[in-house]
Design a protein around this ligand. Structure first.
Ligand SMILES: [Zn+2]
Length: 259
């Protein structure tokens, strides 16, 4: 049985502890705050067996050197090997399969936010989860620092959208309320956006995380995963998904959410 614990870090980052309850073995995702991650592993009484790094940005990969010092150089640290993640010893390519206890993990290469971005698809016989770093956020997506609209369209609408609808989405930052306010500004008649926004505002007021969503939910309210829908294309005045992706990202970059 899979169990996922979100752990807040820095201002609005998420680290995760993903545990196979049967064996007690766990992996930590993006452990930027090593002390806090190890404390969580201790209080959950799990045996930490790997770290999964989504991309090289400091707020995700900044803890790897310390982690290797604490856990030993043989402790498996997964990520894309382009020389930008310290202490990396398990290079993740696209469709690399490995185990965390009894959990099956597949790494999915989703370049755009960075050229080496990896999402991790984790499942057991009953549950499915994907750790999406700064590629897919709830109701949004990461900036295109090292890729194009075409790349992000491929990542979101070919790679991630192919996962089963019930797959839970655990992203790298808590940006949900502002993302939904942007989504609403694009597609004002979409009631799934209104319902999720109301819920997300309540969660945020209680200082509770809004993760996870699911791939099926994202397809209903995330404008970046709805770029082939007439209700998104029409207000953007474009006729194809990649142009819509480019325009949405430009609009989001200058969008000021009034909460
Ligand atoms: Zn990033």
């Amino acid at each position: 049985m899979m169990h996922v614990k979100p752990i807040g870090a820095l201002e609005d980052n998420y680290m995760y502890l993903v545990t196979d309850k049967k064996t007690g073995k766990a992996a930590v995702v993006d452990p930027v705050d090593v002390d806090k991650a190890l404390e969580a592993a201790k209080s959950e009484c799990v045996d930490l067996v790997a770290a999964l790094i989504t991309h090289h940005h400091w707020d995700h990969a900044g803890g790897t050197k310390k982690l290797a010092e604490v856990m030993g150089a043989n402790f498996p640290i997964y990520g894309f090997d382009d020389g930008r993640i310290e202490a990396l010893n398990n290079p993740s390519t696209d469709q690399l399969n490995f185990k965390v206890g009894g959990l099956d993990v597949t790494s999915l290469h989703t370049p755009c936010h960075t050229t080496g971005h990896i999402c991790y698809y984790v499942r057991d016989e009953n549950q499915k989860a994907v750790f999406t770093g700064d590629t897919l956020f709830i109701a949004g997506c990461g900036r295109f620092f090292e890729g194009s609209a075409d790349d992000m369209n491929h990542a979101l609408n070919v790679v991630l959208s192919a996962l089963p609808d019930e797959t839970k989405v655990y992203c790298g930052h808590e940006y949900t309320v502002s993302n939904l306010l942007f989504a609403k500004s694009v597609e004002s008649g979409n009631q799934d956006i209104d319902a999720k926004l109301k819920w997300a505002k309540e969660r945020s007021a209680e200082k509770k995380p809004t993760v996870p969503s699911t791939i099926g939910e994202e397809k209903r309210f995330n404008p970046f995963m709805r770029v082939s829908k007439p209700s998104v294309l029409e207000p953007l005045k474009v006729d194809d998904p990649v142009k819509a992706m480019k325009k949405l990202r430009e609009m989001k970059n200058s969008f000021k959410a009034s909460i």
